[in-house]
Design a protein around this ligand. Structure first.
Ligand code: TTP
Ligand code: MG
Length: 368
């Protein structure tokens, strides 16, 4: 045992509390004490759209991320609540400042979403979880003093358990799980808290009599592989036993999302293209919202009648995910292409890149 303690990694996971809503509260003290609901209003107008996040006062009224705004208004109809549109410029700015503070604590740093990061502080604390607790408190204090925001921190021997620990006592929490306590910490937690267990998997697990992570840990890896396949079955077995070897490492932000379509006929008349353009924007927006992403760059891809491919792109001032931006900028870029080129257009596409996540950025692939 002694050997494993000496070798254990020490990872801190930091997650800001009700991030977008807390940023709004910080900027406007009149919101304090009231339910605050931050919303992504859709292009259809009125109250169509979904809740991005809400402060904990609103959560007491059952307000949840992803809920239609109309439902949220109904739940809060008897109280004085604050409904606000997302202000990504503000959240990005605050996020960058916080990430800069966190980077000051270690060279081994991984930003996982706009408000979450993992820090490998093994060397800084000499494998010692008591010292790690002190560092975690310093981090919380520094963010509170400099940014006037609270966060929750989990400390554990790996990223997987540190993240679960960060969510264990929210808001303003600190949960330290030294290596010898990992299994007992996980054992009583509901299975749905394990990363990768969605509603569907949860249902299958409940049918197998698996209610909490401890139940899952008791299942043999071979049995889980039979039910969930090799990769997922092996992952579940390891994760339930608190094993995650993935290193804390800087992320490459190279991913992009694109979609291209062929026009009904070759044309250079923008009115004949605009419907396809809107459909592409709608499709891309749906995909980025479903993945909780925002983009910083947007481009069009044009395949002309001569089958040559042209592309044009623009970098924005801040991250966004709105339909208006997608449509407005792709329309401008397309107009510029048509003005410059004499060619008819055969295929048109849209690409968004330099993506960041509005929430949990890790995908199951990171663990498999
Ligand atoms: P989270 O960290 O998941 O949520 P949170 O910070 O609001 O609340 P807490 O951590 O205290 O539970 O997500 C970070 C931000 O990402 C959140 O403030 C708003 C945004 N977000 C969405 O826009 N849509 C979503 O479905 C989720 C989950 C988050
Ligand atoms: Mg958060």
């Amino acid at each position: 045992m002694r050997g494993s303690i000496e070798k254990t990694r020490v990872i801190a996971h930091v997650d800001l509390d009700y991030f977008f809503a807390q940023c709004e509260e910080r900027e406007n003290s009149a919101y304090k004490g009231k339910p605050v609901v931050v919303c992504v209003y859709s292009a259809r107008g009125g109250d169509s759209g979904a809740v991005s996040t809400a402060n904990y006062i609103a959560r007491d009224f059952n307000i949840k991320s992803g809920m239609p705004i109309i439902f949220a208004k109904r739940l809060l109809k008897d109280v004085e609540a604050v409904f606000l549109p997302v202000n990504h410029g503000l959240y990005n700015k605050i996020s960058s400042e916080i990430m800069a503070i966190l980077r000051g604590y270690t060279d081994r740093f991984e930003q996982e979403s706009i408000d979450e990061a993992s820090l490998d502080i093994t060397e800084k604390v000499g494998h010692d979880f008591n010292r790690a607790r002190e560092i975690a408190l310093r981090i919380k204090n520094e963010i509170l003093e400099k940014e006037k925001l609270t966060c929750s921190v989990g400390v554990a021997p790996n990223k997987l358990v540190a993240k679960i620990a960060a969510g264990f006592q929210k808001p303003d929490g600190l949960t330290v799980v030294p290596i010898e306590e990992v299994k007992s910490f996980l054992s009583l937690l509901p299975i749905g808290l394990l990363y990768g267990v969605g509603h569907k998997t949860e249902r299958i697990m409940l049918e197998l009599g698996i209610k909490n992570i401890g139940d899952l840990a008791q299942h043999r890896a071979e049995d889980l592989v039979r039910v969930f396949g090799r990769k997922l079955g092996t992952y579940f077995h390891k994760a339930a036993n608190g094993i995650d070897e993935s290193p804390v490492q800087e992320r490459r932000g190279a991913i992009q999302i694109s979609k291209i379509t062929t026009l009904k006929k070759d044309t250079r008349n923008i009115d004949e293209i605009v419907e396809d353009l809107e459909r592409l924007c709608d499709d891309i927006q749906r995909r980025i919202l479903a993945s909780n992403l925002m983009f910083h760059s947007l481009g069009i891809i044009v395949v002309a009648e001569n089958m040559k491919t042209y592309s044009k792109s623009r970098t924005l001032d801040s991250y966004t995910n709105t339909f208006e931006t997608l449509k407005g900028i792709s329309y401008q870029l397309l107009t510029q292409f048509i003005e410059k080129s004499q060619l008819k257009i055969r295929r048109i596409g849209i690409r968004v890149s330099d993506l960041t996540s509005t929430s949990m950025q890790r995908t199951l692939r990171d663990f498999l």
